[in-house]
Design a protein around this ligand. Structure first.
Ligand SMILES: Cc1ncc(COP(=O)(O)O)c(C=O)c1O
Length: 412
């Protein structure tokens, strides 16, 4: 299918607005993405026609809601090429998914003296659950170094994956550097040592085809809201053999088989992990988002984002006093561009760019160890998605130039 990316914005009503007297250019997609009409309509239609609790009622609405909720699980399974729906757990998002792995699987396999290997580019969601686990189990949290291009230092990774390493947990794509990490290679190395690979896919699944079986990830986490879906819904993929061994993290309704006075048994996968009434509308919205992305094609989206980055990078590199983070070789990165303007605080950059209608984010991006590593208090970050255009990229560059001019030379 040929996609007209310039017309895609029409599917996203929120993008058609004026902010600070300027047409909105939304470049904060790594934080969250906007929702197409198809997603908004799927959620509305569910509430209009089928709202009921799932897995409980035998009445018609209950059955309808259950079939839509479980149908959404099948859509997710196909989207990431999981082997079966039992391996797809609905969560609140990446953070919850990673916490579940650390709490339940970590509890099972980590022993005193073991090592958990992460990297300096991780989001706090992929650091703190492991810190907590390491403290609890007297295990050691070890960090993979980065190269001067902001990529994983694979020599260091290979050296640090030892017989002591039980878990490697790595982002597929960095939310600050935009760098794409060699997941399959890490999977091979840690599996040779009989350890396990956990992947934080929050910034990958929205932007590229992801096949969890081809990657051979043991667990893979991502969020719906970063891929055109609603907030409050996310996914934890896990291999059946591992999920079977794990204890649920939460207990209550929906996840039990039988409850006695002093003991209970759990439902089979995936439901043993999903205690309480789930986010039914969220799952349906996420499935609609995946349908939308599938219609365009994930490869087409990769191509579009690459074109935008290839278009904008030379323009950015030409700006004096602008520091760019992440690999210079654009083949290794997505549409996440972190930058700083010499002498201007990133928060001031983001505020000034907002005055031009351009939404970028500034701060530590929930990656404080990375900021320390890069010797930066914060960065500004623009992140592109499928509805962004070359005109957006031009506006982005103009806004940087205007910001620089304003802070360094004042009003003329
Ligand atoms: C790489 C990465 N991991 C994890 C998260 C956490 O995602 P959520 O807040 O949806 O749980 C984010 C969100 O910014 C992220 O970019």
């Amino acid at each position: 299918m040929t996609v007209s990316f310039d017309q895609l914005k029409q599917d996203f009503p929120i993008l058609d607005q004026i902010v600070n007297d300027e047409p909105l250019v939304y470049l904060d997609n790594a934080a969250t993405t906007q929702k197409p009409l198809a997603v908004l309509q799927a959620i509305e239609t569910y509430y209009h026609t089928s709202n009921a609790n799932v897995h409980r009622g035998v009445h018609t609405l209950g059955e309808r809601a259950t079939s839509q909720y479980e149908g959404s699980r099948t859509v997710v399974k196909d989207f990431i090429n999981a082997n079966e729906t039992a391996e797809v757990l609905f969560t609140r998002g990446t953070t919850t998914s990673l916490n579940w792995v650390a709490k339940s699987f970590g509890e099972l396999v980590i022993e005193p003296g073991d090592e958990i290997l992460i990297s300096y580019m991780e989001h706090h969601s992929n650091i703190i659950p492991w810190q907590q686990l390491a403290k609890k189990k007297q295990a050691k949290l070890v960090y993979i170094e980065l190269t001067d291009q902001g990529q994983l230092d694979m020599d260091d990774a290979k050296q640090k994956i030892t017989d002591k390493t039980k878990i490697v947990s790595i982002s597929h794509v960095s939310n600050v550097l935009g760098v794409v990490n060699p997941i399959k290679q890490l999977a091979d190395w840690i599996h040779e040592k009989n350890g396990y690979l956990v992947v934080d896919g929050a910034q990958a699944v929205p932007h590229m085809p992801v096949d969890v079986q081809a990657l051979n990830a043991d667990f893979y986490a991502f969020s719906g809201h970063k891929m055109l879906g609603p907030t409050g819904i996310g996914v934890l993929y896990g291999k059946r053999a591992l999920l079977e061994q794990m204890e649920p993290v939460e207990f209550g309704g929906e996840m039990i088989d039988f409850v006695e006075e002093q003991d209970s048994t759990w439902k089979e996968l995936p439901w043993k992990f999903e205690a309480g009434t789930p986010n039914i509308a969220g799952a349906i919205g996420l499935a609609a988002a995946m349908h939308y992305l599938n219609t365009i094609g994930m490869e087409t989206i990769v191509q579009h984002e690459r074109e935008l980055v290839e278009y904008v990078m030379p323009k950015l590199e030409a700006i004096e006093g602008l520091t760019l983070f992440g690999p210079e070789d654009l083949r290794f990165r997505t549409g996440v561009i972190s930058f700083n303007i010499d002498g201007v605080h990133p928060h001031d950059v983001a505020t000034a760019m907002d005055m031009e209608g351009v939404a970028v984010r500034a701060g530590h991006h929930c990656a404080q160890p990375l900021m320390t590593y890069l010797n930066q208090a914060a960065t500004a970050r623009a992140s592109f998605y499928l509805y962004n255009t070359k005109a957006d990229a031009d506006k982005f560059v103009e806004a940087i130039l205007a910001t620089k001019e304003f802070f360094l030379n004042g009003f003329n």
